[in-house]
Write a protein that binds this ligand. Sequence first.
Ligand SMILES: Nc1ncnc2c1ncn2[C@@H]1O[C@H](COP(=O)(O)OP(=O)(O)O)[C@@H](O)[C@H]1O
Ligand SMILES: [Mg+2]
Length: 447
Amino acid sequence: MLNMATYIRDVQIEQGGQGCVWRGRDVEGTEVALKYIRTSEGSEPTDEQMRRFEREISCQSTLRHPGIMPILAADFSDADPYFVMPLAESSLSELIGAHPDGIPEDQAVELFRKILDAVVYAHSEQVLHRDIKPANVLILDGEPRLSDFGLGRRWDSESTKLTKTNFGMGTFAYSAPEQLADGHSADARADIYALGRLFYEMLTGKVAFLGVDMDLIPGRYRYFLTTAMQVSSDKRHASAIDMSRQFQAITRDEPKGPESTGSVRELAELVNAGDSTKVAELAQLLMLHSGDPIVNLQEVVFIPAPVLEQLATLEPDAFRAAILAFDRFAAGRHPWSFTDTIARFLRDAFVAGDDIEVRRVIIVRLLRLGSSHNRFFVRERLLEVLRLVASDPTYTPVLIDVFANNQDVIPFSRAELLLLKLPASVSALIAGNAVPAAGEGAGPRFK
Ligand SMILES: Nc1ncnc2c1ncn2[C@@H]1O[C@H](COP(=O)(O)OP(=O)(O)O)[C@@H](O)[C@H]1O
Ligand SMILES: [Mg+2]
């Protein structure tokens, strides 16, 4: 560490929640920032404040990364302990303030990628930040630097209880629910949550804490953000690396074959706007990406109903392949709140064409999704599609097959299904007449 006498303090630039930051100079006149413990007039820092300050310095000074604000020197010998950083020109909160409708997408993506890299690195060094928010991302030489490790801690250390008093200003708007409930239980996924809120705010200019409106978010980030901001930490990205991989996948340039000029999302938008010449290209791209979970859950699922109709009519093979491929991802793990989006898409796909195999798969998926996620919205979509085919004799064998082979999930919708005008053989399967149904006279009870 440098000799502390070489720093001169000029003016106070910020009084944060915990710290008090001054602009100063080193002996050569280079501007620096000096961070002190914030104390009330004339009083000494408390022991708890000292411990926190030491922890902050120890976390931040061991991390060396282009996305993390370095610590140049620290002095504990002074009655007023402080540490020294390069002087940042701005912060992410100022940048967001200058763009009330969101930072331009390309810039937001570039900045966020660097912030995410810094968090991946910090986690790989076993350091959790626990206070990620725009005011704690400083801009130095045009690059974002994660700073303020005042709530940071090492994974292996004794956990530090987060009390209201050691929360910084505005921190709780970015904090994961489990972190607010009990700081002890918060792990890396609390940082992931905060990153989600941060990126939402970068893209929209709006604080996610005040309400999330996914309509403001370009389609390709919706699934990513929904996942990061899940209330239950189990449903978020499992790690910062996971999050970073998904971010790379959704932001990489789409592979552009000689005939392909856009992404699924872009082509669907063009078709939706009336350009039918793009349907064949969209069909090709769907085939190309049929195995890609990201494309399926972020782009395919948002294809509008009129585009699905055109696909089903003009490119029936690709349409069928796309829906069958999508079904695999719909069956897998996805955020609970995303189930409705999937159900809406499956309903639209059902209506779009009359491919009997596609329709069979959709009925089964709606049945299983509705039951396993206990979603009434999904059941409504199921009933909606069944009404379309209930009285069509071509579908009788299909429905018999579906209900005979999915008896386990019928109870969730049994009462409603029995109200449909289905063929008697199908209704008998739904009623479970093959099995003695003692005590079910009033129909099943739903939670
Ligand atoms: N190195 C720096 N250069 C310029 N400004 C800084 C620097 N460090 C902090 N600040 C300013 O001071 C504010 C508070 O600093 P921070 O480290 O976040 O302390 P606190 O723990 O009080 O939140 C920051 O939001 C930023 O505006
Ligand atoms: Mg701060």
